[in-house]
Design a protein around this ligand. Sequence first.
Ligand code: SAH
Ligand code: SF4
Ligand code: F3S
Length: 426
Amino acid sequence: MKYYIETYGCQMNVSDSELITTILDKAGHSEAEDLDQAELIIFNTCSVRQHAEDRVLGRISCERARKTVNSRLKIAVVGCMAQRMGKSLIEKGIGVDLVVGVDQYLKLPDMIAELEDSAIVEQDSKQVYDDLVPKHHDPHCAFVTIMRGCDNFCSYCIVPHVRGRERSRDYREIEYEVEQAISSGKYDITLLGQNVNSYQYEGVSFPMLLDRLSGLNKQYRLRFITSHPKDLSDELIEVMARNPKISKHIHLPMQSGDSEILERMNRKYDYSHYKALVDKLRRAMPEIAITTDLIAGFPGETESQFENTLKAISEIRFDYAFCFKYSNREGTDAAEYDNQVSEDIRLHRLQRMIDLQRQITLEKFQDKIGTEIEVYVEALSRKSNEQVSGKTDDYKIAVLSGDVALIGSFVKAQVIAATAGTLICE
Ligand code: SAH
Ligand code: SF4
Ligand code: F3S
């Protein structure tokens, strides 16, 4: 069968889609070049916010129309929404034929062979898909899953409910996958987990794993997402600081700058702990870029608690922040909290947060003007054939003059101007 995968949500889903590609190709199926060629459309879905689910439901009802032209066409839903909603996705009568949960991808080939409407969503707390190397699609970057699931149960978050308990992959499997990716020409390796800091496999901790992975005799960059502030150790900071292969960038979700809200989010740290971590990181690596996630309008958030988040944004000055409007997820603790903040206020606070951070991001990018940076060139710039674009070690996008010959190499460049998303270099 020719299949086409459409992926939503976080990098974990991007990585899982690559895993599904490997599983299906091994079973003799092949990827369709586009939707028109597909006999099976697979939606790999996200449940983190209501909006993410609504988008996919909209996409499914749109693509369902293809069934009137191509009666053999099947639609599968996999990923977090499949896990959360299970068989009800088929029963809704929106054209879904197969539903496969996040721990059951090895069953996909059998389900396709039977071609009967079915759903398999049992959680399997041991499943780590060992012995399978995902087919990394991007020519330059590879996302390598080092652990699955989450045990933290932040009160707003659906992820632990759909992804199940935390489990780490064998470090030897991870090493093999990273070596394969690097020898096939990838330069940017991102290790993935909901909380990479709690990686643990037969006595190998996350800092130890990073150390092992940064010893290959090639030029490459090693990054990781996501770090939970409650588990970020001094040892990790030390390994990052001394190791030139580890990117000087950390994504450290703060969620809120108010300690009472953080407690009700069940984040297990307060603002002063978070601020102390940022100071420690910057002391050890003055050039480090720090990015974060923030939620506006958590249940019960007062105006002054929200303002504490704005104050924290101004005090810390993140390089970038992903800002989200709180979304109520059925089954999470926060969904039951009193004093849900009205939609209008959530939206208004979100906008204030975005505006403040945008100004800081611009200033952070402008701070780089006049400095020399190293850019890994990935592609021709979208705007001009005489410009190329790539990424800096601290994960910023840079454009510089040059042609295709530079693609795939590390180039030293001088920053001459900046916008709130791009460094313009010579
Ligand atoms: N494991 C990672 C990422 C989890 S999901 C972590 O702990 O950081 C990515 C981001 O989505 C979270 O950091 C959070 O900011 C946001 N998010 C999760 N649930 C949400 C909800 N119910 N409403 C709004 N944003 C949410
Ligand atoms: Fe969700 Fe918290 Fe786990 Fe991240 S650490 S996935 S926010 S429960
Ligand atoms: Fe990722 Fe969304 Fe699932 S953020 S883990 S795809 S709920």
